[in-house]
Ligand binder design. Structure first.
Ligand SMILES: Nc1ncnc2c1ncn2[C@@H]1O[C@H](COP(=O)(O)OP(=O)(O)O)[C@@H](O)[C@H]1O
Ligand SMILES: [Mg+2]
Length: 333
């Protein structure tokens, strides 16, 4: 459980983009004097992951998440730096390597549109030479966990995005890989579908000790599945650590929810903002900054001066903190 299984050191990837000019002379110039732009999609990223860990990789669009996953899975090679996954150098030993990993790309279905998921699974069984017993076990378990009974025999093109994604996830795991990369597996999927996917990912990580990297730009995905979080933006790593640490160290804004026994005419405390709660006149939200006023002071002030039925401190909003990190408002280390 404590062995490093993914080790990434100082990887970089730059894309060369053909800058197209418009118009007739532009078209000629494109042919005879093409000009290029360079985009450093991944800029000196390092991290290591232990066997059985589940790491959330988050960042806004264009941050370099997919490029990183592609390098980890051996689809792209890093222009500099080193990647070692389970003893393999992914892009160099691709053939042997792929038997050990599973990859899921939310934006691109990997099973055939014309076949049913079940037919695709039979093909995968053949390609990966999955033993019959293991195949049956996995298939039965995944069908149940991902709730696929209803559509496993329908052509993929008839499935909803969420169903297709679930079918895709099962496909990527049928050969029992030790390591799985999920690249935005919940993108575009409704709340219920997202929840099914998160639960499945979490269950497999726990029960089968599969090492997982999960990229997303949905903070809910991370809150519900991962303890460790790597934040990247503009190709650079901004943070690597626990979600708990982010909450307690990088946000000074807090909210206390109070339910009054008797509603006061006015809440007379400096440096707090009081707002209403929908559908309950007796409840108020008190927002404040711990730089200005301490939680303890505020709690005791409220409890001694007002008639209160219930009081609780709410967790800071992780979305807001992450936004602040992206915008450079808080410096993380
Ligand atoms: N094949 C490619 N050719 C040119 N530019 C690319 C290519 N793939 C990604 N990029 C660029 O690299 C940056 C990172 O992209 P990507 O890794 O897809 O980000 P994310 O997955 O975090 O949204 C973006 O600016 C994107 O436009
Ligand atoms: Mg992406």
């Amino acid at each position: 459980m404590n062995n490093t299984i993914i080790d990434v050191q100082n990887i970089c990837k730059t894309f060369k983009i053909n800058k197209r000019k418009s118009g007739f002379t532009g078209a000629l110039a494109n042919i005879f004097h093409p000009t290029y732009e360079y985009k450093k999609a991944v800029d000196n990223i390092s991290f290591s992951i232990k066997e059985g860990e589940m790491v959330g990789f988050i960042g806004p669009n264009g941050a370099g998440k997919s490029t990183t996953v592609k390098m980890l899975s051996g689809i792209l090679y890093p222009e500099s730096g080193d990647i070692n996954v389970a003893g393999y150098i992914p892009h160099k030993q691709r053939k042997e390597y792929v038997a050990n990993i599973g990859v899921v790309f939310g934006q691109k279905s990997q099973i055939s549109w014309d076949l049913s998921p079940l037919d695709s699974y039979e093909v995968i069984k053949h390609i990966y030479k999955i033993p019959n017993k293991k195949y049956k076990e996995n298939l039965e378990r995944f069908t149940e966990l991902l709730d696929m009974q209803k559509f496993i025999n329908q052509p993929v093109r008839q499935l909803s995005l969420g169903q297709r994604m679930r079918a895709d996830i099962a496909a990527a795991l049928l050969h029992s890989p030790k390591i799985v990369f999920f690249d935005e597996p919940t993108i575009g999927i409704d709340v219920v579908g997202k929840e099914k996917i998160r639960n499945f990912i979490k269950t497999l990580n726990k029960t089968d000790n599969i090492t997982m990297i999960f990229t997303t730009h949905d903070m809910q995905d991370i809150e519900k599945t991962c303890e460790r979080l790597i934040i990247i933006d503009d190709g650079k790593k901004l943070y690597d650590g626990s979600l708990e640490n982010i909450k307690s160290n990088y946000s000074t804004s807090r909210i206390i929810e109070v339910e009054f026994e008797q509603l006061p005419e006015k809440i007379d405390i400096e440096k707090v903002t009081v707002s209403d709660v929908n559908n309950n006149k007796m409840k108020k939200l008190i927002t404040f900054d711990t730089n200005n006023i301490s939680v303890n002071f505020l709690m005791s002030n409220l409890l001694s001066n007002y008639s209160i039925k219930d009081i609780s401190v709410k967790e800071p909003e992780i979305d807001a903190i992450i936004r602040d990190i992206y915008e450079g408002k808080v410096i993380v280390h």
